[in-house]
Design a protein around this ligand. Structure first.
Ligand code: SER
Length: 662
């Protein structure tokens, strides 16, 4: 069996041999980027460097990055999807490009010294071209060299041809073979994706594409393990693709999927990263924590005085749904553990809400498996044990992680039970009229699904804390459907619920630029200028982090602010808000921006043209001018009341302000 530890080591070693420097995994919470909630790929923390800023470790980088993507949450429980995963990545920051990238990927995958995968099993896709960018002929040619060298066919799929059996290289459109930007704007480009062909087997007999099944088909025959992105463009806020001066390579290989392939496992839950979590849940499931489970069988044990455990096996029967529930719990708890270690806490807003819904869904699936209350703690400990060697933050925050998850469990367990009763009562009285026989009920449930009333959905959300997708899941199991638009408008009417709790915001790990974050973004500009006016011109922005709830702003200044200074800064920001100053954007070259006196926070990361946001105009007087990607509000009158909640040290010579808009 190839362990995750060995794969990590081999990957890093290989790319170090090719001149790469290893960099640590960044936090799951992206710094300085209000447009995404979580780090979704290894390239994410590298955006400034992909845009031209010099990386202190050089132009060739390699790492293993922890990532969260919740867009595929409905697929969790199948063989390849997770909400948390590790990405093995290597980057060229304006250094090597397609040729080296593809050759090295191929070498790492096929060479016996490294992964030794049979090249016959590998199929690749490339970008087929459209109005924004041409077909990636260069990648096709490089792949052909690679495959031919090892005597494998290197045919390009051609839909005009009758027989494409030997096709190995598949040109596909933007939906499949284009990556990025990670947020709404930024570096992106065509990619080439590497798939492992599991071959035709009975499992894929139901493939909707039959003999035409090819990479990109979702039947499960082809598993994508690696994506090499050739970042040649910067997508602007107007949707244009501007060629980047610096051409980069950004690759990402999925740790769990690759491990499963290397070990001939059917699914990622058999890998050493997830199997122990599944085993722990099974232990709790069958034996109330006293016995051990091995290979799907319960093993009751007797412990002798010297601690030696003897096992006696008995079969463990699990339905398909039970197996899916154990997978969902293990996935969601693993993600939750990593989120809390990176300072996300359960709440009703943005990141905190994503965490809360993962925990609550895990609790519901524990309840479906009839696991006793408080079952999550041993699962959490198992996750920490698996990962602590590589992510010391887990062990360091162990108490906090256990505590937060326990609190959420306590909070939701009772509400869940009551909520489910309410759900059943609703089905009984409203949908089934309460009087029908069991048979009639069965029949009714199999008729066209009925829509739940938005009042019933709303009550489950507000009174029982049910996340909407849990309601959808439960509704489906009872032959009902939920009308998201109606629920959404009902939630909007009730101000006590946060916008994030509204149905439309459930999909996807990427937040749109919500109104709140946009307002705080503009506030950050007012704050920087106010700090400079009150404290002096030595003040520069050193970082910021915006959630829908608050603005965190780091700036250079040696001392704690006095009460008077703090008040002055707050007043100055509020004055600008009251003055109803217009906010305007102009695009210009970096040189022009500097000549215009615009503040540039991360100057060197910008391309040729930059956006400059000006608060105030000739008539009102200009208050602030900053180079910034946006987005911003139109007028400071939209900001409400500014309040500094906290002022503290961030690191040596850097102060940190936490502020809100009332
Ligand atoms: N950014 C690309 C991806 O996430 C390659 O790392 O697939």
């Amino acid at each position: 069996m190839i362990l995750s530890k060995e794969l990590r080591k081999k990957y890093i070693e290989f790319f170090k041999e090719k001149g790469h420097q290893e960099i640590p995994s960044a936090s799951l919470v992206p710094e300085n980027d209000p447009t995404v909630l979580f780090t979704t790929a290894g390239m994410h923390p590298l955006v400034p460097y992909l845009l031209g800023e010099l990386h202190p470790e050089g132009k060739r980088l390699v790492n293993v990055q922890k990532c969260v993507r919740t867009g595929d949450i409905d697929d969790v429980g199948d063989s390849t999807h997770n909400t948390f995963f590790e990405m093995l990545g290597n980057w060229s920051l304006g250094d090597y490009f397609k040729k080296d990238s593809i050759h090295w990927s191929f070498e790492f995958l096929t060479n016996q010294k490294w992964l030794g995968i049979n090249p016959e099993k590998i199929k690749v896709t490339v970008f087929k071209g459209d109005d924004d960018a041409p077909k990636d002929e260069e990648s096709i040619q490089i792949w052909q060299e690679c495959f031919s060298k090892l005597g494998a066919s290197s045919e390009v799929f051609d839909k005009e041809k009758k027989n494409n059996k030997a096709a190995r290289i598949f040109p596909l459109p933007k939906e499949d073979n284009w990556w990025g930007p990670a947020g709404q704007t930024g570096p992106c480009g065509p990619d080439t994706e590497i798939f492992i062909d599991l071959g035709k087997s009975v499992n894929f007999a139901n493939c909707p594409n039959g003999d035409d099944c090819k990479p990109g088909c979702h039947c499960g025959r082809y598993i994508e393990i690696w994506n090499n992105v050739f970042m040649q463009y910067n997508k602007t806020s107007t949707g244009k693709y501007i060629p980047l001066v610096q051409k980069n390579v950004d690759t990402g290989m999925g740790m769990e999927r690759t491990l499963a392939i290397l070990n001939d496992f059917d699914n990622i839950y058999e890998t050493d990263l997830l199997a122990p979590i599944i085993a722990k849940i099974k232990t709790l499931l069958c034996c109330h924590g006293e016995d051990e489970v091995q290979n799907n069988s319960v093993a009751t044990h007797n412990e002798s005085d010297d601690g030696i455990v003897t096992l006696r096996s008995a079969p463990l029967t699990m339905t398909v749904q039970d197996v899916k529930s154990t997978k969902i719990i293990s996935d969601h708890i693993r993600t939750s553990v990593f989120m809390i270690a990176d300072s996300v806490l359960p709440s009703n807003l943005d990141r905190g809400y994503i965490l809360r819904r993962l925990l609550r869904r895990a609790i519901r699936h524990g309840n479906l498996l009839k696991l006793s209350n408080g079952f999550l703690s041993p699962v959490v400990e198992t996750v920490i044990d698996i990962y602590k060697e590589f992510y010391p933050e887990l062990e360091k925050n162990k108490d906090k992680i256990l505590d937060e998850i326990r609190k959420e469990e306590e909070k939701f367990e009772k509400a869940l039970e009551r909520g489910l009763k309410e759900f059943d009562r609703y089905v009984q009285t409203v949908i089934l009229d309460g009087k029908i026989t069991l048979e009639e009920k069965e029949m009714k449930l199999h008729q066209a699904p009925k829509e739940m009333s938005s009042e019933a959905v709303f009550k489950l959300i507000t009174t029982f804390g049910f996340p909407i997708e849990l309601i959808i899941e439960e509704a489906k199991a009872r032959g009902l459907i939920v009308n998201l638009d109606m629920v959404d408008s009902m939630i909007q009417k009730h101000q006590e619920l946060s916008r994030t709790a509204s149905a439309g915001k459930f999909k996807g790990g990427l937040a749109d630029c919500s109104e709140e974050t946009t307002r705080l973004h503009t506030t950050a500009h007012l704050l920087l200028e106010s700090l400079r006016r009150v404290l002096g011109e030595h003040v520069f922005q050193k970082g910021s982090n915006i959630t829908a709830e608050r603005l965190r702003f780091d700036f250079s200044h040696p001392n704690k602010l006095t009460d008077v200074q703090r008040q002055k800064v707050e007043d100055l920001v509020n004055e600008q808000i009251k003055r109803n100053l217009p906010v305007q954007m102009e695009e210009m070259s970096l040189e022009e921006a500097k000549e215009n006196g615009a503040m540039g926070v991360f100057e060197s990361k910008y391309g040729e043209k930059v956006k400059v946001y000006t608060i105030g105009n000739k008539d009102t007087g200009i208050f602030s001018k900053e180079i910034c990607g946006g987005p911003h509000i139109k007028n400071t009158s939209e900001l409400g009341k500014f309040k500094i909640k906290k002022e503290e040290s961030s690191s040596s010579g850097i102060r940190r302000i936490k502020a809100i808009l009332g």
